[in-house]
Design a protein around this ligand. Sequence first.
Ligand code: MOS
Length: 739
Amino acid sequence: MNDMTQPKVVGQRTPRIDGEFKLTGRAGYTGELHVDGMLYGYPVPSTIANGKLESLELDEARAMPGVVDIFHHGHFETLHRSPNSMAHGDMVNEVRLPFEDERIYYHGQYVALVVAETFEQARAAAQRVVARYTRMSGAAPGLLQTDAEGELQESAGTSRGDPQAAFGGAEVKVDSTYQIAAESHLQMEMHATLAEWHDDGQRLVVHESTQGVFFQRNAMARVFGLAQENLEVISHYIGSGFGNKLFMWPHAVATTVAARMTGRPVKVVLPRQQDMSSGGNRPASRQRIRLGADRSGKLTSVIHDSTTETSLVHQYVDGCGSATPSFYACDNVSTSQRVLEVNHGTPCPMRAPGEVSGIFALETAMDELAVELDMDPVELRRKNNAELDPASGLPWSSKHLDECLTSAAERFGWAQRNPAVGSMRDGDEIIGYGMAACTWSAGRQPCEARVELRADGTLFAACGTQDIGTGTYTIVAQAVAELTGAELSRIEVKLGETSLPAGPLSGGSMATATVLPAVAAAVRDALDAIKEAAIGSGGAFEGSDADSLFADAGCLTDGNRRVSFEEVLETSKLSSVNGHGSAAPGNEQNEYAFRSFGAHFVEVRIDPDISRVRVARVVSSIDIGRAINPPTARNQVEGGIVMGVGMGLLEKLDYDPRDARLINANVADYIVPTHADAPEIDVELLDYPDFKHNEFGGRGVGEIGLTGVAPAIANAIYHATGKRYRDLPITIEDLLAAD
Ligand code: MOS
């Protein structure tokens, strides 16, 4: 019926179906929601990173206009922790509950929540709360300010062959250490919660800007001791997340308690400073890479040892080595992962978590190896291309890294590169060409969906996943249009509610491949239902065989006669038919390895007189199977590239080495790329549908574009200057520093 090798809507450029809502301000983001009788909350953050809260002076704040209540350790409900299980869907970003005790573990930890009639009143009163602390000496410093090694995470390491022996005997070696500063997600919309209790505290509705409504519902049910059925979490529009909104944070718990204890709905939108200090970060990392190779460039050993930060209230492991075992063909590979507890805010996943840091180290080390070998770095990647997944031994479902390298190199003009350091100039500027490969795993999760065909001529699709700005609403509509032939404008999509069929996190670049097969199953179920109606007594195709009917252009047809869905339904006196579908990864997971690959080529221009470096051009080819909607998919890669410029050159959470306080939790001092920093970008998405992954042929695209950008920049800077920068970000100060 539908030939997915020749789709009509999937794989085509279509406008975003939610574009009009966003453009006209009708898209309801959590922070903008208003309900009658609502109060506003404003958290009070600790101003020290390590110590004990001795007392809170609240009298002045309480007497201020509009203040309703102030919650803190001595005035709060007794709650339970979430089990924090990925498998059971109740993982949280911080297991410690707000105000659980009076210990202060990081700068920005909430010590109170002021609730008032207006936002301004809550903020003004919060600023009058006086907290007295006993500072404790010996705040655990950040990873980049200590030689401490951290605790080994046995389960996060891997090994094959004998990497130590192979490294010892290697003809050519690289042994380097790389450090990356902690980064902020700096998503556009800050964390936000609106909590409403109904039925005398028996039923809870929470609006949250979250990448996972079901995860938050499940965790809140545990924390508040509620049946999941008595709790709904809603997230219709999200001003992005990049991973810091995958799981629940303490502000949501504090807001919900405040709503119950005041008996009124309460909304909290974190100010940017608190979002940056207490709402997640990409942890700092230190990585040592050892590469061994023979003279021809064939890798004989890869040893990748990583340490990342976590906080004292929650263990988060940022798995830097997780792409390494699958990246290149090599018989002797090991990875290890350590975690160091520091007095910083709790880190969490951030776009391509772990791997983006790991790939910076690995792909910079590969460039160092190419220099040692006097070999073209593109050639070195080709030489070590893995025909099978070396980690699992399984064949790839679909892999075209070679074509990505060839195509991007050609469009970039790599052949014109003079490999001699500092040899390429344009006037006063030194030009550097660098490249790196990139990769991200292609996962799938179980998912359910529901589709209705309605007598009013509309179609409706629902799934309890979210659109975090990537285009999920649009691609769900495309899938429905593809399978029914209905116009996109007739298709309504509902996401982001726990009342809908269970859907996945918007994370891990898994939503597209997870949701679309479930939607397709629901469409087929709905089509079966409408055919059933059509062939029944008094139906539009009474007496026909259901198998002789098929959907075309929003109609049922037997090949001769076409009757629109709405007419079929009206003829049978039905308001609608309902289809339910579910899908999950299957046997193919044991037969193939699923991972996307690509390549970035970068031109930097350096003005040596003022040590200014600009990323002038990025040319990329990425293989993500089929892009369901090419412009939105390309937009994900472009955004990743700009984020990679930030990671490479600008972004760094600055902690005071003396007392572990976060110095630059604001967008004036935490520097991100602006439009003026954005390079000229040329992204090509190869089009090899991966039908082993799912029937639509698409793998995820949200994260891969960021991986490989920072090392390509560092490698280009090496080409321009001959200086090897192994720490991120590479700042003007670093460029100015004497050799
Ligand atoms: Mo992504 S770090 O899974 O939002």
